[in-house]
Design a protein around this ligand. Structure first.
Ligand code: GLN
Length: 478
């Protein structure tokens, strides 16, 4: 066995294992964990064929692709040519991608093996993976609990050992929160670091493809392959960056770390989570790092701002699903076009997506635009200014990832507000565009994993991953 992709590749090169052997192993795992419902489709035969090709290609060859043989799963919002991509929605049922997302193309170019498509909340809207047309996903550590969402399937695919790394999308926490609930690493890079071309849009100014992995090195290696300019996405950052992998834990380096007192003392935060994070901050301080509380009085405004702006963008993005061009189309008799749209969209979209389209349409309507949309934009501006100021003095911010550990399936389904409020710690990074990572450092007395979240300045994934490596190597308590 191996613990990192790099180790696996060394074993491939020395002939200790083969891609076919690895794919066979992971397919068995997928079969064993079928009840978790993490995959919407498994590309078994195709993955085995690709593995055999790679094994052949490697024979007598020492130069291999950066992700040679790496077994990857995709969230059902990332287009993979000639494969179904449905955003967990009936409205896109049976839709087949006609091109590869840039992220997928880069995985393939570096010789990764895509093993399947993962379940998720419909159009990435949700925090529990309970809003999927394919049914809910179960947390592998406790099947009565949610895995988090919206990238729940991708998180569980890594958690239960059904792939090596997986891709998700993070608009308000959908990679970091399920990583926290499942006890794995989840990275949301800087907005624009990975091209969004071929990612089905939820809220375009927030969306970012993210990576789930078992360790920092695997995540960094995958990031290096996916990141970079892309002529198909004008919001992709046009700068090339030096590789982050392999990630050094620079032992002698002392970091300046900020935390928000209002966040770690927030009434909604589970006491054990609060204590563990405070202990970790204390220990960092004792070890010579600068750790300081930064005043943050905007905490209670960030979730409302997030839900106003993202639903507004979603209402526009999802207007293309009208039953005319692709996807589900009503078969009921209709009298006019309006009725046709209404029926098609009511049949195709689930309740949560409908709720958000209506909310987004409302906040953009002429009479309410200034009261809601403009106000939320102003909050976003304040948050960005605040973030710029913080990163003048600090290398990183530490925050909780979620207010609780994974909770029972069904607990919050009838209370959307309670569900939204739980995004309090993750939406900050999307509103400001900075990178954030969830690290599985602790275990709760209820048996479930949790950790904390680290954020750094825009484009500074290198520091983010180095701080993460330090925390994972020296501050993990289970
Ligand atoms: N839970 C958040 C929401 O429902 C995050 C979603 C996401 O990041 N895609 O909007």
């Amino acid at each position: 066995m191996f613990s990192t992709i790099q180790e696996y590749q060394q074993q491939l090169l020395s002939g200790k294992t083969s891609c076919v052997e690895a794919v066979t192993y992971y397919l068995e795992k997928i079969e064993q964990h079928k009840q978790l419902n993490a995959f919407t489709e498994v590309y078994g035969a195709e993955a085995l064929k690709k593995a055999a090709e790679l094994d052949l290609k490697r024979a007598g060859n020492t130069t291999i692709g950066k992700l040679h043989g790496t077994i990857v799963a995709l969230k059902d919002v990332i287009c993979y040519k000639d494969h179904h991509t449905t955003a967990g929605s009936n409205i896109l049922k049976d839709f087949t991608s006609v091109y590869n997302a840039t992220a997928v193309q880069r995985l393939l170019d570096e010789e990764a093996i895509i093993i399947g498509n993962c379940n998720c909340d419909e159009f990435a809207m949700g925090s529990t993976n309970e809003n999927s047309a394919y049914g809910k996903v179960l947390n592998a550590l406790d099947e009565t609990k949610v895995p988090g969402g919206s990238s729940g399937g991708s998180a569980v695919a890594v958690q239960a050992g059904m792939c090596m790394v997986s891709l998700g999308s993070d608009t308000g926490g959908s990679v970091r929160q399920p990583a926290d609930f499942c006890g794995i690493v989840g990275l949301k890079p800087t907005y624009g670091r990975i091209s969004r071309y071929g990612l089905i849009a939820y809220a375009s100014s927030f969306d970012q493809i993210g990576i789930f992995g078992n360790n920092i090195d695997d995540v960094a290696l995958t990031l290096d392959v996916l990141a970079g300019p892309d002529e198909f996405d004008s919001t992709a950052i046009q700068q090339q960056f030096p590789a982050t992998s392999p990630v050094e834990n620079v032992a002698e380096k002392k970091y300046r770390i900020a935390y928000f007192k209002e966040a770690v003392d927030h009434a909604s935060l589970d006491k054990e989570i609060s204590i563990s994070i405070k202990n970790c901050l204390e220990q960092l301080k004792n070890d010579g790092h600068t750790v300081e509380a930064v005043e943050f009085d905007l905490l209670d405004h960030i979730v409302p701002a997030y839900y106003i702006l993202t639903t507004a963008e979603a209402s526009s993005n999802l207007s293309r699903f009208d039953g005319v061009r692709f996807g589900h189309r009503t078969t009921a008799p209709v009298n006019d076009l309006t009725e046709f749209y209404k029926l098609t969209r009511s049949e195709g979209f689930g309740k949560e997506v409908q709720r958000r389209i209506m909310l987004g349409t409302f906040v953009l309507s002429a009479g309410y635009y200034d009261a809601y949309f403009s106000k939320a934009q102003q909050v976003r501006r304040l948050l960005v200014d605040k973030t710029v100021a913080i990163f003048k003095d600090f290398d990183a911010i530490i925050l909780p990832t979620a207010p609780s550990t994974a909770f029972p399936i069904g607990e919050k389904t009838s209370d959307p507000i309670a569900m939204y409020i739980a995004d309090i710690y993750t939406v900050f990074a999307n509103l400001t565009g900075v990178p954030g990572i969830a690290l599985p450092l602790f275990r709760h007395s209820n048996g479930m994993p949790f950790g904390l979240q680290v954020m750094t300045n825009k484009l500074d994934e290198l520091t983010l991953l180095q701080v993460s490596q330090l925390l994972m190597q020296q501050y993990k308590t289970f």
